[in-house]
Design a protein around this ligand. Structure first.
Ligand code: AMP
Ligand code: MG
Length: 418
């Protein structure tokens, strides 16, 4: 068994390695979307996935109101060009309407958001009028309906305000609350457990001995998973020992929908992940034509999916972003976002070996009408600092081996939160 799966992963043109698209398709094909839902308070719903379309039971705005602090009038009352003044007869505040109909010769002072009086059809902003002896002098050229907010102009009653599969963000919290929605139906959080493997790994509380390193992957995974609507179970570190790895996998598979491990998935003498998975589960594939991140085991232990991610921290991050996130999105039937690549001019020559798609850590900058990109330093898959400095990946396709300074490259920007 061991010989069967211990094949080489040295050749850049490895015919058994899957393309990124193939690997992703194979992952998505095996993942079932969850049907487990729960009702939660709006306040707790940030980041969660909506499980069915949500409709508004009201129009928004639900009444005609003023977009300005100003004066409400009916423009037909100003038909005499020589007399552009009306008498102020009352005030409509936001939340405290003026109840009478507007009569000929009258105007009502209105605040932003206040109900406009019946029979009014325009609002003139406060700054545009003059007050002469309690009479309001209006400017010329007032247009019908100016500065009026109409019923349902933002949201129509019964229309869908949030689609099934939408991840609730702060804007959605605003929309849902404006529609008076107190509770929302969301997909239950899937349970995701993860552990690191490696004899060299020690906890950050301990002092390093020669040859040891601190376990950074578990913190990376904790951070990456914390941004998703999932339940996280940190299952610690496991030594490179077949029995221990087997026990941990079985323990995790009983309590999780998905298991993520890092390290021990390649062809080294202490790499047991694939061997164990081959015995207790089913490996779907373990090699992808990508750099960094080629050895990545994917498969199932009974109904639980697993990802054996590579040990090098940058590989862990990239493979998580490219493969684990879409898998989790499918699991929760959330909308799959198409990644937006942009074209940028490389400021330096770039080189790579032919055979694998390569993601380089880089920094995008913009001048008036051009977008430039530059790598952020050493590109080894152990170099986390160049990822920290990056705001994008440059994606170089498999058949490329050189890019000249000034050429256009495809760039995947990291999320650009305002
Ligand atoms: P492996 O895939 O187990 O051969 O590990 C590849 C490289 O990643 C080695 O240099 C490991 O020491 C390193 N590595 C593995 N796991 C971790 C971890 N949890 N944190 C930081 N580095 C790791
Ligand atoms: Mg290892």
């Amino acid at each position: 068994m061991k010989n069967k799966i211990k094949n080489s992963c040295i050749n850049e043109f490895d015919p058994t390695a899957l393309s990124i698209e193939n690997a992703k398709n194979r992952i998505l094909k095996t993942i079932k979307s969850s049907t487990k839902v729960e009702k939660i308070k709006l306040k707790n719903s940030l980041g969660r996935i909506v499980s069915k379309d949500i409709r508004s039971s009201i129009n928004i705005p639900s009444f005609k109101n003023s977009a300005m602090d100003g004066y409400a009038l009916n423009i037909s009352h100003l038909s005499d060009k020589n007399n552009m003044s009306l008498k102020e007869v009352g005030i409509s505040y936001a939340g405290k309407p003026y109840h009478n109909n507007l009569k000929k010769g009258e105007t009502v002072r209105v605040m932003t958001g206040a109900v406009i009086p019946n029979n009014s059809n325009a609002i003139v902003m406060k700054e545009m009028i003059r007050i002469i002896d309690k009479n309001i002098q209006f400017p010329k050229n007032i247009k019908k309906n100016q500065n009026i907010r109409f019923i349902g102009e933002d949201i129509k009653k019964s229309s869908i305000i949030l689609k099934k599969g939408k991840k609730i963000n702060y804007i959605d919290l605003g929309i849902l609350s404006s529609a008076g929605i107190e509770c929302v139906d969301v997909i239950k959080k899937p349970v995701i457990s993860f552990f690191s493997t490696g004899d060299e790994l020690i906890s950050i509380k301990k002092k390093l001995k020669k040859g040891q390193i601190y376990d950074s992957n578990r913190y990376l995974l904790y951070g990456l998973l914390s941004e998703l609507p999932v339940s996280i179970k940190d299952m610690g570190v496991v030594k490179d020992n077949k029995n221990n790895i087997t026990k941990k996998f079985i323990q995790c598979s009983k309590i999780s929908d998905l298991i993520i491990t890092t390290g021990g998935v390649s062809v080294g003498d202490a790499d047991y992940i694939r061997e164990v998975l081959d015995e207790i589960g089913k490996i779907n594939f373990w090699k992808i034509s990508i750099k960094p991140g080629r050895p990545l085991a994917y498969g199932k232990i009974k109904k639980t999916s697993f990802f054996g991610l590579p040990g090098n921290p940058v590989s862990t991050v990239i493979t998580f972003q490219l493969f684990v996130i879409p898998a989790i999105e499918k699991m929760m039937s959330s909308e799959i976002k198409n990644k937006l690549f942009i074209n940028a001019i490389t400021k330096t020559n770039l080189s790579k070996k032919k055979g694998r798609v390569e993601y380089k850590r880089a920094f995008l900058t913009q001048t008036k009408n051009k977008v430039f990109v530059e790598t952020t330093g050493l590109q080894g898959s152990n170099i986390l600092t160049s990822l920290a400095k990056a705001n994008c990946y440059i994606k170089l396709s498999a058949n490329i081996n050189k890019v000249k300074k000034g050429d256009i490259v495809k760039v995947l920007p990291f999320t650009n939160n305002l």
